[in-house]
Design a protein around this ligand. Structure first.
Ligand code: WT7
Length: 689
């Protein structure tokens, strides 16, 4: 990496630090109430001490909370950057989520309470409840369906579904037979689905006739057909289609031989399917996430370690108790949905609430209405949602009885203190602790947070590394910035953890390069033992981490990770575009918004063929990105420019573009090949506002 990029990263971390600190109008601390602490699963430092004195022993102890068909002989084999956990151990995550709960009264407990989006306008929302017994039966049947369709251990299965109970059923069925699922968020475009299917060579695609979102039907089967069109996904042998519609299926095409209705297949399936005895290191799932290149990375997770961390974080961080109703608002298309809608809480034997639709349908109080009607007790959502709720106004939560809530969580991006306090006062009635949980697709489960019955929390600060997790802040040379409470640096995990990604699907070199090459030893060799998550951070005097956000070319838009390069590739894919550079700009609700600087081809036939009015081409380019990647990647603003600021070696100077997009005073322009470019750009940008 060039020196310039180093400077760029540090500058980014420092900028964010300054921005967030500005918001810390007053530093307030919040201690959990005495009753909450007394009843909490963790209310002493003991776990931290245990993990500190015997780190491997701690992780062994945590794993004992699950059922193992055969015990492991070695807790950890660490061959940096590759780790293996619980070697020799045999288990099955679907067994730990289901079968384990069937021997006692819990078999009759609600595992999933689901509410569909529609119906509520008429006063009766569409609802379904599956007890552990019922969910187990569905999962076993679908596991047999998978086998019948020729899916076996290690085969990849793509899942492109709305938030319906079947999403959990098919994930658990894959886990039951050792098939590797790859869930693709339903908001991604057919092209994104196709790329993900092809990258991991999925044999089967599971989708639905549609799903409801803000009163509209999202036609996932039609989108799937576009992805598969013309034999574009040769690995796909079958497509299973869940009928989501309550009556006649939403109109969609069923291709004889290839496509099968889920409900038909389930009719003949046997409910007898013993859970496969899987090796702890057998693959569990692949989940694609954005990186710093144009191509998303298939993050690979394995069975044992992932099970342990999702289980123990539900126990300690969400403090889940037998009578809790846990609602994590994430979609199963993201890792949060994997770990905290499905696998974590079900391993705990908890009751999960699952909601299909939008928070503002039919009105802006839908979430609070759901909390009131189901008596939700633990609620986990994203800062971007909280900021939208703030904007919508207090009257919406105030109209509902939310006294059932006892604990709140936040995830996905830094939560600004103002939003934290609003959440605390208006949703938590100034009574519920808030856990601000830092983690990533790659970490599988929560890494940095507070434990709600133990810690005093401070808005803006996520908290400390969980027991068994080692995090620190270092500079570009891996020198610790510990002790200097206010200095920003790079977040670094210094030890492996059970639920860490094992590799990037099909590209172990990229895995090593991306996460384990940030720092070098004295000989200049990469430090393969230090994990670089891509975030900047700083600490307060009590050692709490404040996460400052990404320092690499990854944006976090409304809690969703989007690579600037991905958006740039989508833009240059348009025939009129010569070059583009994408940066993030802070956004009141979404955290970050996408701003694209685009140079058009001088005499582009594509341009002259249509109106040359800039507004038309801008709209067209925005739509093009949405079609290529998905609506979440649509740029908020596109700035047409004759030139992009470049260094003499031809590298686009993003830092300057960020300054322009934020309307900040310009950073150092001395390395610029043509300083006039930036000035022109800035004038254009300000002219557009
Ligand atoms: C990135 C990971 C982990 C589930 C959802 C996102 C940011 C996540 C926090 C937090 C500040 C956070 C980081 C991280 N992030 N949680 N509590 N405070 N930033 O998963 O898509 O893999 O994104 O989200 O930048 O690297 P993801």
């Amino acid at each position: 990496m060039s020196e310039l990029e180093h400077t760029d990263e540090s500058a980014k971390a420092t900028d964010s630090a300054a921005q967030i600190s500005d918001l810390l109008v007053e530093e307030r601390e919040f201690a959990p109430g005495a009753a909450f602490s007394a009843a909490a699963t963790v209310n002493s430092e003991e776990l931290y001490q245990q993990a500190h004195s015997d780190w491997e022993g701690y992780w062994a102890e945590q794993a004992r909370g699950l059922d193992w068909f055969e015990p492991w002989h070695t807790v950890l084999k660490w061959d940096p950057p590759h780790s293996q956990w619980y070697l020799g151990g045999k288990l099955n995550l679907s067994h730990n989520c289901l079968d384990r709960h069937l021997s006692g009264w819990r078999r009759n407990k609600a595992a999933i309470i689901w509410e569909g989006e529609p119906g509520i306008e008429g006063g009766v929302a569409e609802q379904r409840t599956l007890t552990y017994q019922q969910l187990h039966r569905e999962v076993c049947k679908f596991a047999n369906v998978l086998k019948k369709l020729g899916v076996g251990k290690g085969d990849r299965v793509a899942i492109y579904l709305p938030m319906i109970p079947e999403a959990a059923v098919v994930m658990l069925a894959c886990a039951r037979i050792g098939a590797v699922h790859s869930v693709v968020f339903g908001g991604f475009s057919p092209e994104s689905l196709r790329d993900r299917i092809n990258d991991s060579q999925c044999k089967l695609l599971i989708t639905a006739d549609g799903g409801w979102r803000r009163g509209n039907i999202v036609r996932l089967k039609a989108e799937s057909d576009k992805a598969l069109e013309g034999g574009a996904c040769p690995s796909i042998e079958h497509v299973v289609v869940v009928k989501r519609s309550a009556g006649e299926p939403f109109p969609c095409h069923i291709q004889e031989g290839r496509d099968h209705w889920y409900h038909r297949l389930m009719e003949d399936a046997s409910a007898d399917c013993p859970a496969e005895k899987l090796d702890s290191e057998d693959l569990l799932f692949i989940l694609y996430t954005s990186g710093t290149t144009g191509k998303p990375k298939g993050i690979v997770h394995s069975t044992g370690g992932y099970s342990v961390v999702t289980y123990n974080t539900c126990k300690y961080v969400f403090d889940l108790k037998e009578d809790d109703i846990f609602w994590c608002t994430a979609d199963i298309g993201w890792v949060t949905g994997h770990s905290y809608v499905v696998y974590g809480p079900l391993q705990m034997g908890a009751t999960v609430l699952m909601y299909e639709g939008a928070p503002d349908y039919p009105q802006r109080d839908r979430f609070w209405d759901i909390i009131e009607r189901y008596r939700v007790s633990v609620f986990y959502t994203a800062p971007t949602a909280i900021r939208a709720f703030m904007k919508w106004g207090e009257e919406h939560p105030r109209a509902h009885d939310m006294s059932s809530l006892r604990l709140l969580g936040s995830v996905g991006e830094p939560i600004n203190p103002e939003a934290w306090i609003w959440y605390h006062e208006n949703i938590g009635a100034s009574r519920c602790p808030i856990v601000d949980t830092w983690w990533q697709t790659e970490t599988g489960g929560i890494m940095i947070t507070t434990l709600p019955g133990l810690h005093v929390s401070k808005p803006g600060f996520a908290g400390w590394a969980l027991p068994g997790v080692s995090a620190t802040i270092v500079d570009e040379k891996a020198r610790p910035v510990e002790g200097s409470a206010s200095r920003a640096g790079l977040l670094c995990l210094t030890r492996p953890w059970p639920s860490m990604l094992r590799t990037i699907w099909g590209d172990d070199e990229r895995f090593q390069e991306t996460y384990f090459s940030k720092w070098q030893d004295d000989q200049g060799n990469p430090r393969r033992d230090l994990y670089f998550p891509g975030d900047g951070a700083k600490r307060d005097s009590a050692g709490r981490f404040m996460i400052l956000g990404r320092v690499d070319d990854v944006l976090n838009v409304a809690g969703h990770r989007i690579g600037t390069m991905e958006v740039e590739s989508a833009l240059v894919d348009h025939p009129a575009v010569a070059e583009s550079a994408v940066v993030g700009r802070s956004h009141e609700i979404k955290g970050q918004a996408i701003v694209a600087f685009v140079t058009l081809k001088g005499s582009s036939p594509a341009l002259s063929a249509r109106s040359t009015h800039p507004a038309d081409i801008i709209d067209e380019l925005k739509a093009h990105v949405a079609t290529k990647i998905g609506a979440i990647a649509r740029p908020e603003e596109i700035i047409l420019t004759a030139d992009l600021p470049k260094t003499r070696s031809g590298k686009i100077m993003r830092r300057l573009l960020r300054d322009i997009a934020e309307g900040r005073t310009l950073g150092d322009t001395t390395t610029l090949a043509d300083p006039a470019v930036v000035e022109n750009l800035r004038q254009m940008y300000e002219g557009q506002e």
